[in-house]
Design a binder for this molecule. Structure first.
Ligand SMILES: [Zn+2]
Length: 315
């Protein structure tokens, strides 16, 4: 089915979306307790029909084909987030362990390239939020800087002594960097390809890109489409086409990095296996582990599960 749209596929740029989920404002508000119904309703007037997810006929990417205006986005982002809960999550020990692990992986990637010592290692955290990852990487020999569009988070991060660029010009002047990080960013962007290009432009040759998105497999989406079709809220508040305009899975996330020119290294899971001292990211092992994960794509039915991917800009 071809519908008139204002947003092309963010992965392959084709304009042949097939509708898979149509939500109502009621379903969105019921799944997002932080939303103030009246405010959202007023902002959305005339655009309720845009609360949809479609799948690209060309590449299979799931996305919202509606382009939201700045006014809607300002209201939704301003009212959407439960700040207390989100900030409290930065104190989660589980989350801190995960961030330390990710940093450990990035350092091991650098060390496997033959570097023995730190010194002038530069990192950008785009969409740094409260700055908790930048706090983890902070230390002698590492220079990290962040960027975030949410002034409350930026203020908090700066108070914790984290360096956050005030605007994109300042961020750009910090590069080129060795590591570019984006956690929970690509889902939100109308044009994710442009920020992947930005990452490419601001990375040194041989530099690393790490990004994290939520992984929504086909069966999880189909199950939710049924639930939503019956008039109930989705099983996760993350299925919200205003905030999460791009819905990734293993295949489309991997393809997004590769389309931007990066060489795919592996997911967090694969890197954990392949960083064993005897394997040390050996190419045949990496190939085998990546193939295993690629094939498991058809078996794993998860949704709402974080997926972190590592890429390298060719030297
Ligand atoms: Zn596509």
């Amino acid at each position: 089915m071809k519908t008139k749209t204002s947003r092309r596929c963010p992965l392959c740029e084709q304009d042949e979306p097939r509708l898979i989920m149509q939500l109502t404002l009621d379903q969105i508000v019921r799944a997002n307790p932080a939303y103030e119904r009246d405010v959202i309703e007023q902002a959305l007037t005339g655009e309720e029909g845009g609360l949809t997810y479609s799948q690209c006929h060309g590449c299979g990417m799931v996305y919202c084909p509606h382009s939201w205006g700045d006014e809607v986005l300002k209201v939704v982002y301003g009212k959407a987030l439960d700040y207390e809960k989100s900030r409290a999550n930065t104190l989660s020990i589980h989350k801190r362990i995960w961030l330390v692990d990710l940093w450990g992986m990035l350092l091991r990637l650098v060390s496997i390239q033959g570097y023995e010592k730190l010194g002038g290692l530069k990192l950008i955290d785009y969409g740094c939020g409260w700055g908790d990852f930048l706090e983890v990487v902070k230390g002698y020999g590492v220079e990290g800087t962040g960027y975030d569009e949410d002034p409350k988070k930026v203020k908090f991060a700066a108070e914790r002594g984290v360096r956050v660029a005030r605007n994109m010009e300042e961020l750009s002047s910090f590069g080129p960097v060795d590591i570019f990080v984006m956690n929970s960013v690509l889902e939100h962007l109308q044009d994710p390809a442009s920020i992947l290009k930005y990452a490419w432009d601001h990375l040194q040759p041989g530099g690393y890109l790490m990004f994290g998105v939520m992984d929504y497999r086909k069966k999880f989406l189909a199950r939710n489409a049924k639930t939503v079709g019956r008039g109930n809220p989705a099983s996760t508040h993350n299925l919200n086409p205003i905030e999460h305009v791009n819905i990734y899975d293993y295949r489309t996330a991997r393809a997004s990095g590769q389309k931007a020119g990066f060489r795919f290294l592996g997911t967090e899971t694969v890197l954990r296996w392949a960083m064993h001292p005897r394997i040390r990211l050996g190419r045949p092992w990496m190939w085998l582990f990546n193939e295993m994960e690629r094939l498991s794509y058809h078996i794993v039915k998860d949704g709402d599960r974080p997926l972190t991917m590592f890429f390298r800009k060719p030297v």
